[in-house]
Design a protein around this ligand. Structure first.
Ligand code: PEP
Length: 257
């Protein structure tokens, strides 16, 4: 019912020309199954070169890694939703833990960014996740619920139909220590219960929830095997074409295509 999504978050990696070379290599892998969606999030400076290298008919979608909540104005260094749309982006990653930790993004700011994405028809991938200390103190559920409550406040179910959520435990990001599938499944269920309680069964059942945090070609299948996990947000392992394409291949195989 939910189309699996494999998304690659490049973070601050690859120049525009390196990115174009990556896109040309990715095309060779012929990842064009309609059964899954594949999205890559290059740095802003490389989105246009990736778009041209992929070509107009590419099934691979583009995402921004962030946006500003206003459409335009005196916000030096920022990029808006209309700018991302104009570059061909269909998605935008919001609330990544690096933005929360390094750039002080709070849930109320993320809420404004989500509103900008909805306003302009960009599909947000909202990241939520607890720190190791929060998990060890037994606070995972309340942290996730708090992040969802704060960032999704005031949106209608119709708006949220555009949303994908990525559960990314902070302690698993870039550490090589992925969550276990059981840990991920349990949080995904918590997220679905929250959507059901606050909105509707239809929203809870229709929303894609990805797992992110040290996903590799070696462990991806263990996550993708669960019906609760609708794909992956991949950081480090999305940078070499080979490993990103392998993860996408695994997701494709899981759908039987
Ligand atoms: C991320 O930054 O979203 C991420 C999941 O990174 P990694 O796969 O490197 O842990």
């Amino acid at each position: 019912m939910r189309t699996p999504l494999i998304a690659g978050n490049w973070k601050m990696n690859k120049t525009a020309s390196e990115a174009a070379a990556f896109a040309r290599e990715l095309i060779q892998r012929k990842l064009n199954s309609p059964a899954i969606e594949i999205v890559i999030a290059p740095p802003f400076t490389a989105i246009d070169s990736v778009r041209h290298a992929l070509g107009a008919k590419s099934p691979i979608g583009l995402a921004g890694q962030n946006l500003h909540w206003e459409d335009r104005g005196a916000y030096t260094g920022e990029v808006s939703a209309p700018m991302l749309k104009d570059l061909g982006c269909r998605y935008v990653i919001l609330g990544h833990s690096e933005r929360r930790a390094l750039f002080g993004e709070r849930d109320d700011v993320i809420q404004k960014k989500l509103a900008a994405a909805f306003r302009h028809g960009l599909k947000p991938i909202l990241c939520v996740g607890e720190s190791l200390g929060e998990r060890e103190a037994g606070h995972t559920t309340e942290i996730i619920a708090g992040q969802l409550k704060g960032s999704l406040a005031g949106f209608t179910a119709a708006q949220l139909a555009m949303l994908t959520i990525a559960y990314e435990p902070v302690w698993a990001i870039g550490t090589g220590k992925a969550a276990s599938p059981e840990q991920a499944i349990s949080v995904h269920q918590t997220i679905r219960q929250f959507l059901l309680r606050e909105w509707s069964t239809a929203l809870a059942q229709g929303t894609r929830i990805l797992y992110g945090g040290s996903v590799t070609p070696q462990n991806a299948s263990s996550f993708l095997a669960s019906d609760e996990i609708d794909g992956a947000l991949v950081g480090g392992a999305c940078l070499p074409t080979e490993s990103f394409a392998s993860i996408a291949d695994l997701a494709q195989k899981r759908t039987g295509h």
